[in-house]
Design a protein around this ligand. Sequence first.
Ligand code: TRP
Length: 331
Amino acid sequence: MKKTILTGDRPTGPLHLGHYVGSLKNRVELQHTHETFVLIADLQALTDHADHPDQVRRNILEVAFDYLAVGIDPSVSTIVVQSGVPELAELTMYYLNLVTLARLQRNPTVKDEMRQKGFDTDVPVGFFVYPVSQAADITAFKAHLVPVGEDQLPMIEQSVEIVRRFNRTYAPVLVEPTALVSTIARLPGTDGQSKMGKSLANAIFLSDSVDVVAQKVMGMYTDPKHVRADDPGAVEGNPVFSYLDAFDPDAASVEDLKRRYRVGGLGDVTVKRHLIEVLESFLTPIRSRREELRRAPEQIIRILREGTERGRAVAHETLRDVRHAMHLDCC
Ligand code: TRP
């Protein structure tokens, strides 16, 4: 039997190159050999966007456009909208009893995000417990594999703990998930910060226009000590080269550029121009598929409706087993 994959994204904005490298690419490759569910996590998006339901709703479609444009194929992958599967909220409620406050406080990703969002003192409880709802997402679909970016590893770790505790306490009905991190787990931001993030103003989006991509690349952080083209430059910690590693199919030519940059004599502008070309050959087909999809939103809505229905049927079955294991089916 095929193994099951589940991953997802919060619809808080369009997806960027970091999403592609960290997770989308893996999903597209694995969808033919695995039963694949892709979750548009609108309930999770509300945990830090409670005041902007309109924004979350709008971005469900943007994320769906991105999925289909990069090659997630709805005839083999099931795209599910989280709020259409209330079983996930129910399962979250059950799992909350299996997790301690101290354990949640130790989750490094939640800690980082709380700091980033300025939630240090006033964190919404829904946001604080989102790792638990994510465990519900993963286990409701009985997922074996979860392709995610490196920042999501603590979520999978917590899911595994919840599964073990549940199976030990009630009955062995849940599947232990394994994270699948891509070879390039984390794409730095255009500013050289360690992570590309929607809200960090350092992202190149899959939907950015040619001009915007060029402008973002030209403004990218490089080695600050590489002032003149003749100066020797550093490749490590230089996001321009990280992007070439991730997107230039010609690895030998990237190695050659790195060598020339290190010894001196290769200017930033030259490397950036090359990066623009590389990114354009990757983004052009995605952009045109996206434009086509934009013209047929009814078709996308139908795909989402059908996927959500299929997803709900699977979650419903899991919940039947869960309720039975928890002695919640007396009448
Ligand atoms: N937390 C993920 C993110 O911010 C989104 C997500 C929600 C997810 N549910 C999931 C990822 C289940 C993997 C599995 O990107």
